[in-house]
Design a protein around this ligand. Structure first.
Ligand code: ACO
Length: 335
């Protein structure tokens, strides 16, 4: 059995924040940010918008392109590390889309690798579980967890959502040929936003001494990152994972029509392209406008490239995600 990508869509918040805007709140400047990252602008969610709303808009556009009705969707995978409900955001998207028939909807949490994991999961549900129309949505609002006084991280991130519809098809039409997925918890120290206990709620003990019950109410800390370590990790691991996926697909470097990496840093994208000998005009990049949008970055860039006519039907895409966990992975796709 095969599975193919039949629609894509994306949505971004209205508010655009430039490098010059950031220079007003932290000690930085446009020249440094542009040269070190390639980022010039990012979109940030504001009070009257929601991540769920962006995810729904992206999903609706993907369904329209695929000419599939919400009622025909039988699985929704929301790839996010920043859901708007602790228990997961996917069922709210199912409700907003008006999918009748109670399709399964749940979240996948794997930071900037989330979308690649979602795509591969969709293919497994289709091939092994009889699912027919799977919506894979990457949506994140890391701006809600950024320390806006830390110039090392606050310049990097933006908010967005992107979606694709993955559909069951005959094996001759198969559009996902090879994948490779990994994680390494040892690297968590380089990039995390761990749980923290708030001091305001005091735990009580029956005899007056603290016994740690009831527990303090918890929340997540701001994003903490060792940028240099994450950079090194990305430029070494991403070519390896793409090589592994290509080998499983029985393809070589020259078969890649488009290299589509998680949009974290232009220097990472350029470094990986050089290692894989993919020419610059075969590399998809839109991070100058949106920054690092975590799980949304790959479907957002794919959607722009498809709608602008850059990526054409039948072309082969090497996609790779990498980030917190640490997690990383790649998939070879045909659009
Ligand atoms: N403006 C001006 N100067 C700055 C800024 C800034 N925004 N940030 C840091 N600097 C300074 C530093 O203080 C340092 O100064 P010093 O030399 O006087 O000590 C100097 O610039 C160099 O800092 P580095 O951190 O070494 O700069 P680097 O070239 O490594 O770039 C960056 C930093 C952009 C963060 C880079 O390391 C990077 O992109 N890393 C990868 C991050 C990433 O891809 N994350 C993806 C995963 S995200 C996820 O999964 C959630």
């Amino acid at each position: 059995k095969g599975c193919k990508l039949v629609g894509c869509g994306s949505a971004v918040p209205q508010l655009q924040i430039s490098n010059d805007d950031l220079a007003k709140i932290v000690d930085t400047n446009d020249e440094w940010i542009s040269a070190r990252t390639g980022i010039r602008n990012r979109r940030i969610l504001t009070g009257n918008e929601s991540l769920t709303g962006l995810a729904v808009e992206a999903a609706q556009k993907a369904l329209q392109m695929a000419e599939v009705e919400p009622d025909d969707v039988d699985l929704i995978l929301l790839c996010t590390s920043t859901p708007e409900d602790l228990f997961g955001g996917a069922p709210q998207i199912q409700k907003a889309l008006g999918c009748k028939g109670n399709p399964l909807a749940f979240d996948i949490t794997a930071a900037c690798s989330g979308f690649v994991l979602g795509l591969v999961s969709a293919s497994c549900y289709i091939r092994g579980g009889g699912f027919k129309n799977v919506l894979v949505i990457g949506a994140d609002s890391l701006s809600r967890y950024v320390d806006w006084t830390d110039r090392g991280t606050c310049i990097l991130f933006g908010d967005a959502a992107g979606a694709v519809l993955v559909q069951a098809c005959d094996s001759e039409e198969d559009g996902l040929f090879g994948f490779d997925l990994h994680s390494d918890g040892n690297g968590n120290r380089h990039l995390n936003a761990g749980i923290q206990e708030n001091e305001t709620d005091h735990a009580l003990g029956t005899n007056g001494s603290a016994i740690g019950f009831p527990p303090n109410r918890s929340s997540f800390s701001c994003i903490k990152m060792n940028g240099t370590e994450v950079f090194r990790f990305a430029v070494s691991i991403v070519p390896q994972t793409i090589e592994a996926s290509l080998a499983k697909a029985g393809l070589g470097h020259s078969d890649i029509d488009w290299l589509l990496l998680h949009q974290a840093n232009q220097r990472i994208i350029d470094g990986v392209a050089t290692r894989l000998e993919v020419p610059k005009d075969r590399v998809i990049s839109n991070l100058a406008n949106y920054g690092n949008t975590s799980a949304a970055s790959i479907p957002l860039a794919l959607d722009e490239a498809v709608r602008s006519g850059k990526v054409k039907q039948g072309q082969t895409i090497a996609a790779a995600g990498f980030g917190a966990g640490l997690t990383w992975g790649s998939a070879i796709l045909r659009w």
